[in-house]
Design a protein around this ligand. Sequence first.
Ligand code: FEO
Length: 401
Amino acid sequence: MHCTRKITEDLYWVGASDRRLALFENVYPIPRGVSYNAYLLMDEKTVLLDTVDASVSRRFMQNVEATLAGRPLDYLVINHMEPDHCACVEEIVRRYPETRLVCNAKTVAMLQQFFDFDVTGRTDVIKEGDTLSTGRHTLTFVMAPMVHWPEAMVTYDTTDKVLFSADAFGTFGAIDGNLFADEVNIERDHIDEFRRYFTNIVGKYGPQVQALLKKAAGLEISMICPLHGFVWRENLGYILDKYQHWSTYTPEEKGVLIAFGSIYGNTEEAAELLAHKLSERGVKNIAMYDVSSTHSSVIVSEAFRLSHWVLASATYNGGIYTPMEFALTELKLHNLQNRTVAVLENGTWAAMAGKQIHAVLDTMKNITRIEPTVSVKSAVKPAQVEALDALADALAASVQG
Ligand code: FEO
């Protein structure tokens, strides 16, 4: 059975959702599933824009076949070669052998890496600014390297002002019937997953996203059709503003992320005391996470959202407590910068975590420290309460300043 959505007079969503996959990219928990979007333009020529993950190939093929309704498939535009989108390219080629594969030179190389079919004579290799006329519509192509792979590009329909944005503007979460962003409550129900998707998948490539946003600013866009999640046809400024913040590593909100790694609860107690002291000083928007039980993708996402971080870690094997070390590595790998950070360490015979956390922070860009590091020996004592008061004063002044 097919399951499609009409988007405009001649544009159809022919993608599918996966609610059975536990980990996207075998890394990121997706309790609400994920959608793989593909679009079919039924002009004088028919154009499929991207395919889907292998897990939903059956539904996708049914959708394509039903929408074509016996017409040939003239073109397949391949905006992105990651297998969550390109997995069905070979099947499309088998079923529709006359289809021209519209892609850039880097994509051709990847097609040959991923697949065994002979691409010779099947591809129309395009470059930035080239156009494809399909009848009423004219498509043009904009390279978007590293958003999120080197071959990534986006396609712009100059006729209806539709941007097929590849991974950009996507999110985790299945399509529960409502395909359009204006059919759901994004701010209440979805923005955290938009952020977790963007920051973890593409967050490292802020400058490249900025380059794409600058190119997009020169286009009149009435609709954004991404490869995951909702189609945007209203309030585009809202999601563009989020992308502006995320891709420039600018905090969305003043507030404090407290990430703690605690073995027996004493480091957690110090972190919690600090949280309460901050609140007593009028600091709002405090978010506290146990790095042992919180997926690192949430820590990364919250670190993008908030202006200030407190990293509180036990000492373990003479270094940073392993789950904290992993979380900190993730923050560094995602190119996080422009934050104000305080450090809290704990150790029974030698508190070593703080020094090593600072060494990692030294390698990140534009990190402002709030000193001194609060050092706990096993458990919080009056001397540490005093130190936490001083830290809370300094942090509160910085957040509210
Ligand atoms: Fe959704 Fe980079 O693939």
